[in-house]
Design a protein around this ligand. Structure first.
Ligand SMILES: C[S@@+](CC[C@H](N)C(=O)[O-])C[C@H]1O[C@@H](n2cnc3c(N)ncnc32)[C@H](O)[C@@H]1O
Length: 261
């Protein structure tokens, strides 16, 4: 996908992240010069354009907008903070405050943010192979600022890496993280899951590779956790020992415990 970067119609007014964003993403900067985004896309034969606003980058692709927003994580954490509602991911991963978590499929980062909130003395690294998703989410997270300091802090602790998770895992020493987590794009999308629809066009849809799970088992000190559709056979294919799913839930978590290996 050929992605270009530009600024808002109002131009650049001193926002410091632009140069670093361009350097890290490798997206070429094109002058806005009062052109519409469609005109820019055509003129530069590009598939998508990232507009760098002071608040963070917004990617325009195929008449849809993609930008970082923590709404799913915010709702989950707010439910926990208000009434102690347990979060399935936290329960299945059995997170403790100093756990080090490797999220191998960052996406919009909702699961990573929830994990980060529950591991204030630990570490969360999020791996994302799509350059568009990784850069927009990374810089959206860096620049995010709300009145909820507990949310800001959980978001800022996340380290985002733009890489294929298999490659990243191969470069790690054995036992580098407590939990290694995967939430791949579901083979059959859940129609009701609107929250990730802008992500679909940009994301990596390849099924999880058994070789990546093998590497994850080497890297995880405690457990590997995989989220999938409860109805499929994907978790069995990947060798999960335990499959945890609520009675009426469409989603299941597969777990591979390190101590059982
Ligand atoms: C379903 S989304 C993850 C949603 C995320 N758990 C959340 O809470 O927002 C899956 C993401 O993993 C990414 N992905 C898929 N395969 C990958 C791979 N091999 N390496 C790194 N990222 C991958 C996709 O591009 C997509 O953004």
């Amino acid at each position: 996908m050929h992605i270009i970067a530009t600024t808002a119609q109002s131009g650049i007014k001193d926002f410091s992240y632009l140069n670093q964003f361009l350097e890290e993403s490798g997206f070429p900067l094109v002058a806005r010069e009062k052109q519409s985004l469609d005109d820019l896309l055509q003129a530069h034969h590009a598939d998508a354009v990232v507009v760098c606003y002071r608040e963070g980058p917004v990617l325009y692709h195929d008449n849809a907008k993609f930008f970082f927003h923590p709404s799913m994580a915010k709702n989950r954490l707010a439910a926990y903070r208000k009434s102690g509602t347990g979060d399935p991911l936290v329960n299945v991963c059995r997170l403790t405050p100093d756990d080090e978590v490797l999220d191998c499929t960052l996406g919009l980062g909702a699961d990573a943010i929830v994990a980060s909130y529950f591991t204030p003395a630990g570490r969360v690294v999020g791996i994302e192979s799509s350059p568009a998703v990784a850069q927009v989410v990374k810089w959206g997270m860096k620049l995010y600022d709300s009145s909820m300091s507990w949310l800001n802090e959980a978001i800022k602790r996340i380290e985002v890496v733009n890489q294929e998770h298999y490659e990243y895992l191969q470069g790690l020493d054995s036992g580098s993280f407590d939990i290694v987590y995967f939430d791949p794009m579901f083979r059959r999308p859940l129609l009701k899951s609107q929250a990730i629809s802008p992500l679909r066009a940009l994301a990596n849809h390849r099924p999880l590779d058994k070789a990546a799970i093998k590497e994850a088992c080497r890297v995880a000190r405690k457990r590997v956790v995989i989220k999938e559709l409860a109805a499929g056979t994907e978790l069995q294919r990947l060798g999960c020992e335990a499959i945890i799913s609520g009675k009426h839930r469409k989603i299941a978590f597969g777990v591979i415990e390190h101590r059982l290996r």
